[in-house]
Ligand binder design. Sequence first.
Ligand code: NAD
Length: 261
Amino acid sequence: MDLGIAGKLALVTGASQGIGRAVAITLAQEGARVVVVARSHEKLQELVQQIELDGGEAHAVAVDLTQAVELERLVAEVQKLGTVELFLGNTGGPRPGAARDLKVQDFRTAAESLWYPMVALVNALLPGMQARQFGRILFITSLAVKEPIENLALSNALRAGLTGYAKTLAREVASLGITVNTLGPGYTRTERVEEVFAFRAQNQGIDLEAAYAQQAAQIPAGRMALLQEIADVAVFLLSARASYLTGQAIMVDGGAIRGLL
Ligand code: NAD
């Protein structure tokens, strides 16, 4: 299937590792020109080199998404490259913790990473998408949107909020050829998850693979997701072919969520 994104400009945030990185590589393999964003210039340069070696086109912009001034610089850099038609909004997860222990400042800090940059970037990108009468916006959230996870109160709350924003926006821009969706990954073996499981294994006095096996036993698929399995769905949702799919919260979770919808 031709995804219809060759030559289109894509913006991928949180691209230095994990899911964002995998989506950037896959978009480039499908012929999109990719702008990759994260804080680490070195990691982004390494990614750009890998994409170029693979025959693709990529540009790195190192910014801290929580800083409004840096976001403005990002938008200015991206505008020099053309009109962004595909936007993957992704960043790191907020700190763990119980709801009853949260302070208002914890919400502010988490929103500065998970919400505000997404809204700022959408506001900057929408006029270009509208002029093209084509756009794809996809936010990476979590399966916590459908089934809140114990001790991840900030993630549960803020990702649900982002999903509500996406759904509202989706209906506002649907007639302009712009789709807005969210993708909730299930447990996926990324660098970040590796750290979490290493910590869990150490606490329980078991080895890393045993910690993964414990998690896998909770998932109907019997295993955690491969990065490529998340990236493939994301790239389809960002593609021209996903033209009638909007306002949806798609879970890629190996069947983990028990809920009907
Ligand atoms: P990750 O932590 O490995 O990657 C996050 C990316 O965002 C990195 O490139 C990081 O540098 C970048 N980033 C973080 N803060 C930034 C900032 N202020 N400015 C610029 N860049 C910033 O995460 P991941 O495992 O790839 O997951 C991606 C998202 O999906 C996260 O929000 C995560 O919580 C969520 N998620 C992941 C899983 C999983 O199993 N991996 C499951 C559910 C949800």
